[in-house]
Ligand binder design. Structure first.
Ligand SMILES: Cc1cc2nc3c(=O)[nH]c(=O)nc-3n(C[C@H](O)[C@H](O)[C@H](O)COP(=O)(O)OP(=O)(O)OC[C@H]3O[C@@H](n4cnc5c(N)ncnc54)[C@H](O)[C@@H]3O)c2cc1C
Length: 601
């Protein structure tokens, strides 16, 4: 059985680094305890071992494919996996009791999904999409809409999707043109094209509930004129029977990665018989959709981290088995070769992967914890958690996506030539990972969100709060001898952020908003290195506390010391990238905002 995640690490995260038990003091989660939570994670692992991991390679080799007749043929395993995962609650478990959920924390739900993503990210997407779509209906739909769609989505019979993108409108959703014409009975006639729709009509589910953005006739231009509709493939007729709702799957996209996860082109209303049901109020669709998108952004970041983790585990396993060459200090050529894990440069590649993958998973769980707290807490406390989550969302989406790709490339590099072959899974991890920096808002769009919206919201309060919580960890770490020097390095980088903000604020104050945002991606990169440094401080702090216990086994001591070691590695090899970003941001030479390129004939 291939190793794809580390259960000891997950237990450490949930019990020590971001203690899930803190949530159980809130009424929303008071029905749970640590033991139950961990049992759920263990059952998710069993499901992933038995039903998901075995199909990881096969789904890549036999991708989802359009049949030329309105359907996408998916791997047969999905017909078994989706209901099995649904039966364990992995579509609806985090929903409230009143909506048929088990009201478990998103931390637990997200950890289980991390396991699925690491085992087979092509399968997990179908489950995650349905969970997000159902969440949108329970948050903003009517009781009738909730009763009509949510139980079927939770059971895995029906697939939920999010249908935003159109051929001419990807990053810029304000340009969508899908049309909604009102009928007197309050429903709408939908007409338009959506492309790149994940989990769109395939054969593993019997109906598809497309959460669709469209423009009601006469609506204002731009984002303020976008509404949200439930548009099923088969609508429920007045007699209660299902009837075709004129949503046709016109084709699919063959991709470099996530090949088992169907990506479809949907055509709404070719025969003028596509009915949509408005969710919430007209023209508020994008605001509602952002709820799903924010959750999806955390989930995509966690997925990138999970795939990077799986690649790291595969490369680690290889390094423990592959002999090659001798250490420079070994002069005797008749001595047997050493395992490659003993070469310093291979260790550098492994530690880099570990720092990226585990640091990113920790950030994903941190964000899920904040999400839970925004639902469980009240008043000022709730607002503070919300602000933190808002500012961390573009970072949790982007750092794992971008650095996860680098990490998976290092996994290939670690295997040498074998890494490039299809005999080993790391090339698939690398291919699967690339999409994460594109969908749910590209890196460029996340960066604009961070610097343009999140940093400036409530007069910079979110950024201040983030600095405060990071400084709390820094100060705690300063008191631990083995962590103090790393804590000092993180602290120095936080001070640098203020210097950068002062300069950027000058551009904004002068009214040059384009200049303020021109290097938003470099800004996000700088912030990400600091935020992951913060996560490593938290991991190492929890490890140092564990090491104070008496009677630990040798393997546990090695595990906890490994966290402190990786913090130190991160601070020596990765954190210094912050300074490079800062130098670029402070450099006043303007080299972008020009089309000075040549396209050769
Ligand atoms: C496999 C796959 C699955 C998908 N699943 C779904 C789905 O389920 N539902 C759905 O609705 N969509 C889905 N998408 C669509 C996805 O969200 C979009 O592809 C993505 O948002 C980018 O849009 P685009 O492809 O039109 O690229 P564009 O928007 O054309 O972007 C091209 C480049 O320009 C940059 N750019 C664009 N605008 C700006 C700007 N204002 N400032 C700076 N840079 C900018 C981008 O960062 C990018 O680098 C999926 C896409 C793929 C490939």
């Amino acid at each position: 059985m291939a190793r794809y995640t580390n259960m000891q690490f997950l237990q450490f995260l949930l019990m020590d680094v971001h203690p899930v038990k803190d949530l159980f003091s809130y009424e929303r989660f008071a029905h749970l305890d640590e033991e139950q939570a961990w049992m759920m994670i263990e059952s998710a692992k069993l499901l992933a071992d038995q039903e998901m991991a075995p199909y990881f390679k096969e789904m890549d080799e036999h991708p989802a494919k359009y049949d030329g007749n309105g359907n996408v043929i998916t791997h047969p395993c999905l017909k078994k996996i989706i209901p099995a995962a649904a039966a364990q609650g992995w579509i609806g478990a985090s929903a409230s009791f009143e909506h048929g959920g088990m009201q478990i924390p998103e931390m637990i739900f997200g950890t289980a999904h991390h396991i699925f993503q690491a085992a087979n990210n092509g399968v997990e997407g179908y489950l995650g999409l349905s969970a997000g779509a159902a969440g949108l209906i329970t948050s903003f739909g009517t009781k009738e809409q909730i009763d009509s769609y949510v139980p079927k989505i939770f059971s895995g019979e029906w697939q939920g999707t999010m249908a935003l993108t159109e051929p001419q409108a990807g990053s810029s959703l304000s340009d969508i043109t899908t049309n909604a014409k009102p009928f007197e009975n309050g429903t709408y006639k939908i007409n338009g094209q959506k492309i790149f729709i994940s989990g769109g009509q395939h054969e593993a589910c019997s109906n598809f509930i497309h959460l669709t953005l469209a423009r009601i006739e006469g609506a204002p231009a731009g984002t303020k004129g976008i509404s949200l509709f439930i548009v099923p493939k088969f609508r429920i007729g007045s007699d209660g029977n299902l009837m075709y709702n004129d949503v046709y799957c016109a084709g699919d996209f063959q991709k470099m990665g996530q090949r088992g996860y169907a990506t479809t082109h949907l055509s709404f209303g070719d025969n003028n018989d596509c009915i949509g049901y408005l969710v919430g109020e007209p023209h508020k669709g994008l605001t509602y959709m952002f709820q799903m998108m924010n959750g999806a952004r955390i989930s995509v970041g966690l997925c990138a981290a999970s795939v990077a983790m799986a690649a790291y585990q595969a490369s680690l396993q290889y390094c423990l088995e592959r002999p090659q060459g001798r250490l420079a200090s070994e002069k005797d050529p008749t001595k047997p070769p050493t395992l490659i894990i003993n070469h310093a440069d291979v260790q550098r590649m492994l530690f880099t992967q570990k720092a990226i993958a585990e640091g990113s998973i920790s950030l994903g769980i941190e964000c899920n914890r904040l999400y839970d707290l925004t639902h469980a807490a009240t008043g000022d406390e709730k607002h503070a958690y919300w602000l933190l989550l808002e500012i961390l969302t573009p970072i949790v989406k982007t750092y794992p996506s971008e650095q996860g790709s680098r990490s998976a490339a290092l996994a290939i590099q670690t295997l040498g030539g074998y890494g490039f072959t299809t005999d080993f899974p790391v090339q698939q991890h690398y291919r699967d990972l690339k999409i994460m920096s594109l969908y749910e808002g590209t890196t460029g769009i996340q960066s604009l969100d961070l610097l343009g919206r999140k940093v400036t919201m409530e007069k910079g309060k979110a950024l201040q709060l983030l600095s405060t919580v990071i400084m709390e960890s820094v100060q705690q770490a300063m008191l631990v001898e083995s962590l103090a020097s790393s804590a000092k390095l993180v602290q120095d980088e936080i001070k640098g952020v203020q210097e950068v903000m002062n300069q950027l604020a000058g551009y904004a104050a002068a009214g040059d908003i384009e200049k303020y945002l021109a290097d938003a991606t470099v800004f996000l990169e700088m912030m990400s290195y600091i935020v992951i440094g913060w996560q490593w401080l938290k991991l190492a702090l929890a490890a140092a506390k564990k090491l104070e216990q008496v009677g630990l086994s040798q393997s546990n001591i090695a595990f906890y010391q490994g966290k402190i070691h990786t913090l130190q590695f991160y601070c020596k090899y990765e954190l210094p990238h912050t300074a490079a970003c800062k130098a670029t941001l402070l450099n006043k030479l303007e080299l972008t905002r020009t089309n000075n390129f040549e396209l050769f004939d």
